[in-house]
Design a protein around this ligand. Structure first.
Ligand SMILES: [Zn+2]
Length: 503
């Protein structure tokens, strides 16, 4: 082989090597960018976008419940900004930190929109995202909006006149104290529900597709008082229901019987109960309907329609929500003070009426922010038809003067004793009780009747609905009447004495 030939071959080998190296580099570039492209397509179009809002707490900007609980128990006071990002959409350094592909404020917006859609407020979720600057270029948002639109299209309006309504009294927290053989045991056993029963009822109703709505989701009234029906739009398999709680006053007679003291607002704005322990310490927790439902909806947002919760039917004569806010606690008028109230004043020498009213208002405001509403149960827990019109007016005035300033105005009257102001026939202005309550601003009236699954009467200027008591008496004697809601055998608290006393 000549030197020239050798040089040519060597040159040829070098050229091929260079070629191979170039090909390798090109291959790496091609595969690399293909991979990057595929990841981008996946991330913007497929990742968690199929039905992301149905999973609670997983969306960016929200913490896992146990993470939150752990933080709360370690620090004692959870940070006040917890979850705020989802509320106001302003975002903070926590929101979206777990998802590097989404800027913090976008992550919290997404979480907020997802939560709205999970609570069947598709229009709200859609307009929230569409209203963001740069929406047209945001594939993530556009994708979410189209899934919201698809889900909304699968929904249908539920018949307003077939909506059921269930109610509870204060829940028994410590059954050994409520069912201790004293004079009140029979009453508690008949008309109250225990905390463990409530937990089971909520879980079972949720599993069966029940969704909590407000009475004000059913109808609305114009300024002249004329009713028009609204639309409750739900996906297939979902059933709306109204939840109410009566007499959430923590009356004096219940002291020491295993019930909470009152509702309180924690540092992070949540509504909880305080409970006086045997050793004199005070525990804060979920011991009654309001905080139990709040916690349940935090974990299962789709149990609540548009974030709406229950309605509390309040009296006024011993204050509201565990606060002693009635006139008599201010005036201590001799001929009106009861023995219970005398004992209360003796045991609470530092009682300050104005502070009490301010605290009660704080709780009521926090509850309204969480989706709760208030109804009148009459100030004095009265059956109107056993009262003269003059006495009725005095009762309504006391409601207006001593309860409305705390909980705000309401157009809902939930009768005490399951009473009503008429028979099954429609109300009319010739009924003086109806005329009275209409003049006081009431438009929605609820009695008690568990004989049917639902009973709704839609008048021209009022709505009337029957309620079903989910208490010891109902569960013990006629469990079949509530079997559409839950299985009593699963819910029943064995610490109840049986038989439940006859009424
Ligand atoms: Zn009552």
């Amino acid at each position: 082989m000549s030197r020239d030939q050798k040089t040519v071959i060597e040159r040829e080998i070098r050229r091929r090597r260079l070629n191979l190296m170039l090909k390798c580099i090109i291959c790496v570039l091609i595969f690399g960018s293909a991979g990057l492209g595929a990841w981008l397509v996946y991330d913007t179009n497929f990742k968690d976008h199929s039905n992301p809002w149905t999973e609670s707490g997983k969306a960016a900007g929200e913490k896992a419940p146990d993470q939150e609980a752990a933080e709360g128990s370690v620090s004692g006071d959870a940070p006040a900004d917890d979850g705020q990002a989802a509320e106001d959409g302003s975002g903070n350094d926590e929101g979206g930190a777990s998802d590097a592909a989404v800027p913090a404020d976008e992550g919290s917006l997404e979480a907020q929109a997802n939560r709205m859609a999970a609570q069947y407020d598709y229009d709200g979720a859609i307009s929230l995202l569409r209203g963001q600057p740069g929406y047209d270029r945001n594939d993530r948002f556009k994708n979410l909006v189209s899934t919201y639109e698809q889900t909304k299209a699968s929904c249908s309006p539920y018949p307003i006149d077939q909506i059921t309504h269930v109610f509870f009294h204060s829940l028994v927290y410590d059954t050994s104290k409520a069912f201790d053989g004293d004079a009140y045991e029979a009453g508690y056993n008949q008309v109250m529900t225990t905390v463990s029963e409530m937990n089971s009822i909520l879980q079972q109703m949720y599993n069966r597709g029940f969704v909590m709505i407000s009475l004000h989701d059913m109808v609305e009234f114009d300024e002249a008082g004329n009713l028009s029906k609204k639309e409750v739009l739900l996906p297939p398999g979902k059933t709306p229901f109204v939840l109410s709680q009566d007499d959430c006053s923590y009356y004096h007679y219940m002291d020491g019987d295993g019930f909470p003291q009152k509702l309180v607002v924690t540092d992070d704005g949540k509504v909880k109960n305080s409970y006086l322990e045997d050793d004199g310490s005070v525990s804060i927790g979920d011991y009654d309907v309001v905080p139990i439902v709040d916690t349940f909806v935090e974990q299962h947002p789709d149990f609540s329609y548009h974030g709406h919760k229950g309605i509390l039917a309040l009296t006024g004569y011993e204050g509201v929500l565990g606060y002693r806010t009635d006139e008599v606690y201010k005036t201590r008028q001799e001929d009106r003070v009861t023995d219970f109230q005398r004992e209360f004043f003796a045991n609470n020498p530092d009682f300050n009426f104005d502070n009490e009213v301010a605290e009660a208002k704080k709780v009521a405001d926090a509850m309204k922010a969480e989706g709760w509403e208030f109804a009148s149960h009459t100030w004095g827990h009265i059956n109107p038809r056993t009262y003269s019109m003059e006495s009725l007016q005095r009762d309504s005035d006391r409601w207006a003067n001593w309860v409305v300033p705390i909980v705000g105005p309401t157009d809902v009257l939930i009768f005490a004793f399951g009473a009503d102001i008429g028979d099954w026939q429609p109300y009319s202005m010739s009924n003086e009780y109806f005329a009275h309550y209409k003049s006081m601003g009431f438009r929605i009236f609820c009695n008690v009747d568990a004989s049917a699954k639902y009973w709704v009467q839609i008048g021209q200027d009022y709505l009337r609905q029957a309620r079903r008591n989910l208490d010891g008496y109902r569960m013990y004697y006629t469990p079949d009447l509530i079997s559409d809601l839950f299985d009593v055998d699963q819910a029943w608290d064995d610490s109840r004495p049986t038989p439940v006393p006859q009424m």
